[in-house]
Design a protein around this ligand. Sequence first.
Ligand code: ZN
Ligand code: ZN
Ligand code: FE
Length: 762
Amino acid sequence: MPPIFRKKILVKGVVQGVGFRPHVYRLASLHSVSGWVKNDASGVTVEAEGPAVKLNDFIRDISRLKPPASRVDSVSVSVLVPAGEKGFFITKSGGAAPAAAIIPADLALCADCRRELLTPSDRRYLYPFTNCTNCGPRFTIVKSVPYDRPATTMSGFKMCPDCLREYMDPLDRRFHAQPDACPVCGPAVRLGAGGCEYTGRAALERTAALLIAGRVGALQSLGGFHLACRADVPGALKKLRGAKSRPHKPFAVMVPSLAEARRACFVSKLEAAALSSSEAPVVMLLKRVPGSFAGAAPGLAKLGVMLPYTPLHAALFALLAEQGFSGPLVMTSGNFRDEPICKDSPEVKARLSGVASFTLSHDRPIHNRVDDSVAFEAAGELRLARRARGYVPGAVKLASGGRPLLACGADLKNAFCLTRGSEAFLSQHIGDLSEPKNQEFYSETLAKMRALLKVAPVIVAHDLHPDYASTALARALPGRKVPVQHHAAHILSVAAEHGLSDPFIGAAFDGTGYGADGKIWGSEFLVFERNCWRRAGHLKYFGLPGGDIGALEIWRPALALVKAAFGSDWRRRAGTLFKVVPQAGLLTVERMIEAGVNCPETSSMGRLFDAFSFIAGVRTEATYEAQGPMEMESLLDGKGYGAYEFRLIPGPFLQLDPGPAVRAAAADRLAGLTPVVISSRFHSGLARAASSALLYISSATGIKTVCLSGGVFQNRALLESVTRRASKGGLKVLTNVRVPANDGGIALGQAWYALKGYKENN
Ligand code: ZN
Ligand code: ZN
Ligand code: FE
């Protein structure tokens, strides 16, 4: 008999609620080791004994063969005295809710459950709520910790004997799957359409028929309702756009399979993996045919695509296919304008009854409303544009911790951040806080997250902007307040993600943020050194006549830039560009610029992009924020057409003067060059100028590491070009990967600022 050893194994990471204990149990029987496994405060603890070889194989396989939805951060092993135990057991998780328990994020339908769902002889054939330890609802149904069925919105459903047997069997895929259910005992769908009611299979079949017929419907999904319709029926899209007051803003589509995604769009390896991942975000894919999907994503080269991520979606697409339809469905957040996504039938009735001609709902309540996440590939990494379903409440691990704090985020694309030790928990995407319903959503979500994480923040970080709703919300809370400049927070979101310490340089390009000098910043070069930050450079200020309205009436910033670039000669040199603008308005705005009345100065990169999209002839007005920039990026054809010049002006702050670029672009337009050429020259010139500025600041400070952030860096061409040029110049370039580069990631930077005690030194 070989000598027997006993070891204690601590596994940390996302290891609860993802089938980890049954996984360990199965390995124990595979390798014939004895002992036990349990969930505890810090993760999963195992004690195992057996001969050395078997024990080592067992320990190796714990992480090597880990369940698909789990994430192993560390495995630590210590030696114990053998106890002579026989058999292997899953023991109960002990006592009170563990302080560091991690609530798993929602997991997309797994391959095993999909197979059962589509097998006619299976007892869960086309059952829209099938799930197992590898998939299914988590965060959206959890009300409190520990994560057990009574603490979820499944508490009202009593398991039938068949489900209970699966739930109790350590060798079953549904062992301790808290939302386990079947048609006998679980939730059910209900369709309300034109005064008629349908349930079960009939509800799904009828829904499929209504969608095929071109109707718009509200579908209850995982984190809220979708508004759904065929992507190829203009009438349906027109109705949807009218109801949401979104004449052009892109809508995501759901396609039944990866093959269908590939039929519509180019799909890289990374993008395919993202589409099929358990997070299952909307992935921005390049359309195969430029100009296609003009109803879902007009004027854009990319289309947001997702795969069916719940059994309800998969069952619906199976029935659509049975009725001969395999095309994409538009699936957009079921909300009114920019309000929170609807999560129950009364909300749908109140907010969406004007647009949805039918409602497919179910009786498994949504506790935490969560929108779809949006991801895109750039510079070889998958990045998030919106971090919500599938990612929340996953933590971002920080290099160091501190006292618990709340970072309130910014007002657009709001998400807040709570820290617990060295973990940062970003909330799901809340949205635009100028919308009162979103402020309610914010407060509701903050209360829920605080309860789930069991944290009471003692520090409250918030944006420097005195008039932001998020600032007002921060001021109303107890705790020490730490105001954080918007662009410093953007850059620190990168530093926090990468565990980067001082010194480093940051370039933050975005729409707008309140500057340390009271002006509207938006293209900032910042230096972080010895726990202080200072501004080292920026886009030369230009006027923003009318303020925020310039983000929609994009000819306004264009006029300010053209006037600055040409001086008094502007009418003769470029006046014809503005013939499309109502002349009375033009004269008023011209006077505003000259008198400096209601014309704040800005260094906004978003508005610079807007202005160039106007000059290029792409559009005169935008109907959603960043429409001009997104359409400008969409024009790029990958060919080189040269670059416009931005002048670098040294001084106490390095300034990027867009004057030469404005003059050249106006001349190109008037000479009849296409928007494609103008966009390409603008992108190339800007990337060149930005990297030159970074290299200039690097040589002045001796700092070799740079962080790029801000919403404008979601522009793939710009991000890749600046990264390539700066790297070639010997700089190490870091960017956002796990949190959005837009304002959705800013709370992480605010949190890191407050944790590290950064100070302003301007
Ligand atoms: Zn499953
Ligand atoms: Zn059942
Ligand atoms: Fe921003």
